[in-house]
Write a protein that binds this ligand. Structure first.
Ligand code: AMP
Length: 282
């Protein structure tokens, strides 16, 4: 497995791979890897000839300094996991490689910036789009893999790919969960073992909501009830709990026919967890 730290080197190295007509699959990550990340790698390996993974904790997408400082870092373990998963190349740039000067770019993703993650993490998607567009320029992948767990990130990246005419295909991979239903996340490492058990309540609430919506329930009243339960019984601090159209992410009150997502963000102690459940109603 080739490990590259310089942007210039990754460009030159991948030019040769492209010249040999190999399809390049790209999986951007912030490290602290778990089986969810490895599901993206596995899919990339099935669908492309040469898999590149980036490991970079992007400072410009953190709106909270302490979240950035506490973000887990385990690069040696990550490299072992990626090598065992059969990854061909890992790009591990320094901050200076990606940001030789202060980033001046400002994206405008319209309403996507003002709902859910956008509302509670101002500037977050600007940082995500900036770093992902840089990676797309360096790696020039044929296919890029993203997790459905970050459903709003997927919507933003889709919009960015169209706006900037990136010539690649986005592949969205379903969320990998612990046996308890808890969505795998690098931030789960920061939970105590009691909190780790408690956090599975989020998925249970999402599943309950889905079932009640499919039985014709009204989201506004269900939302209040589930938020209260999460807060009072579960010990969470809920930031949002929304029912949206799964493709536009616009709010919906009742389920008719189509694809929907129930999206949630909540703190357990000082760890912020997000999750969503996508479902089809007929
Ligand atoms: P991160 O390192 O958290 O920035 O995540 C890197 C990529 O892995 C993103 O596209 C995430 O959506 C995806 N990802 C994170 N957790 C999961 C999971 N539990 N299942 C599937 N994909 C995930």
């Amino acid at each position: 497995m080739k490990i590259i730290r310089s942007a210039k080197e990754v460009v030159e190295y991948l030019q040769k791979i492209r010249a040999s007509k190999q399809l390049i699959g790209f999986v951007p990550t912030m490290g602290a890897l778990h089986d969810g990340h490895l599901a993206l790698v596995k899919r990339a390996k099935q669908e492309t000839d040469f898999v590149v993974v980036s490991v970079f904790v992007n400072p410009t997408q953190f709106n909270n300094a302490s979240d950035f400082e506490k973000y887990p870092n385990q690069i040696d373990k990550d490299l072992d996991l990626l090598s065992a998963a059969g990854v061909d190349c890992v790009f591990v740039p320094t901050v200076d490689q990606l940001y030789p000067q202060k980033s001046l770019l400002k994206f405008d993703f319209g309403y996507l910036e003002h709902i859910m993650e956008g509302k509670f993490r101002p500037g977050h998607f600007n940082g995500v789009a900036t770093v992902v567009s840089k990676f797309f320029n360096f790696v020039s992948p044929d296919k890029a893999y993203f997790g459905q767990k970050d459903i709003q990130q997927v919507a933003v990246i889709k919009a960015m790919v169209v706006a900037l005419s990136f010539q690649l295909e986005l592949v969205v991979v379903p969320t990998l969960r612990e046996e308890s239903g808890l969505a795998m996340s690098s931030r789960n490492q920061r939970l105590t073992s009691a909190q780790f058990d408690q956090a599975s309540v989020i998925y249970k609430a999402l599943t309950r909501l889905k079932n009640q919506l499919l039985e014709g329930g009204d989201f506004n009243s269900l939302q209040q009830k589930e938020s209260c339960e999460l807060e009072q019984k579960g010990g969470f601090k809920v930031e949002y709990l929304e029912l949206v159209d799964a493709s536009t992410l616009e709010n919906v009150a009742v389920v008719e026919s189509g694809e929907y997502a129930i999206c949630v963000a909540a703190y357990l102690g000082d760890v912020r967890l997000i999750d969503n459940l996508v479902f089809i109603a007929e």
